[in-house]
Design a protein around this ligand. Structure first.
Ligand code: 1GP
Length: 261
């Protein structure tokens, strides 16, 4: 299915509208040429779209090359009609003019200003020139944090009040979404009690990602309060399992969830 979405279409509005009915799933593709094969990506995104995933995120890795990033996004557009959202690991190589939107991340618990506002100041100009829609996201890293966690004052798994504080701060700073991240390939996802407590305090949608590898983990995160689940590593490792995860998320109805939470 060829992608004919125009850049002028608001991806943020698309997300907020879809969230009124069901929890969402976003598929993360890592544009690292050492582990990502274009043919695999084309096949995977097409299957994930058929299963019901709601958007394709591209990025996450710092080993991205601009030319390969462009190639990955152009290829995704050939086989999938969903919005493509950049998830940049770094602004010099993580921005492509072919994407529809970008999660404009502020690493809330960063220990280095470059990840809070520094790299953003470089990326912002490119995003404006390319006409990509920026969606402000408060990005909060929880243990184990993995690679991205090296740049953060990691929040421990039992530091629920700290996570709430950062999430509320993100909302008050005007972020449209809060993202609780355990790190790509994390051996354990964000704790359910933390998801529940953060969701209870904030009024903006909550994204949860990092280490989600089973239908059970995805469903439990949604029941605890996640509005959007991101999976990446499992797409690279096991496309069948990824499809099952998407289907499990999409089987949950919003009205029934409100009663369970
Ligand atoms: C990473 O939250 C995403 O930024 C996805 O994590 O690769 O572990 O699915 P996984």
């Amino acid at each position: 299915m060829k992608n004919t979405l125009k850049k002028s279409r608001s991806v943020e509005k698309y997300i907020m509208k879809k969230l009124k009915n069901k929890p969402l799933h976003f598929s993360l593709i890592d544009p690292d040429p050492s582990k990502t094969k274009i043919e695999y990506v084309i096949d995977a995104v097409s299957k994930l779209e058929d299963a019901g995933t709601d958007a394709i995120m591209v990025g996450g890795s710092s080993g991205v090359k601009n030319s390969f990033l462009d190639k990955v996004i152009i290829s995704i557009k050939e086989s999938c009609s969903l919005p493509i959202i950049l998830f940049p690991g770094n602004p010099e190589t993580g921005v492509s003019k072919h994407a529809h939107a970008v999660f404009f991340l502020c690493l809330m618990n960063s220990k280095d200003m470059r990840f809070a506002t520094g790299y953003q100041s470089i990326g912002a100009r490119l995003i404006k020139i390319y006409g990509i829609e920026p969606i402000p996201v408060g990005y909060i890293i929880i243990e184990p944090g993995m690679t991205v966690g090296k740049n953060a004052e990691l929040i421990k798994r039992d530091e629920i009040d700290k996570a709430i504080g950062y999430a509320l701060a993100a909302q008050y700073m005007g972020m449209r979404l809060v993202y609780l991240e355990a790190g790509s390939g994390a051996y354990e996802p964000v704790p359910l009690e933390m998801i529940k407590a953060v969701k209870h305090e904030i009024d903006i949608p909550l994204i949860v990602g990092g280490g989600i590898k089973t239908e059970e983990q995805a469903k439990n995160a949604i029941i605890a309060g996640a509005d959007i689940i991101v999976t990446g590593t499992i797409i690279e490792k096991d496309i069948k399992k990824s499809i099952e995860i998407v289907k499990a998320i999409k089987s949950l109805k919003r009205r029934k969830l409100k009663n369970k939470r």
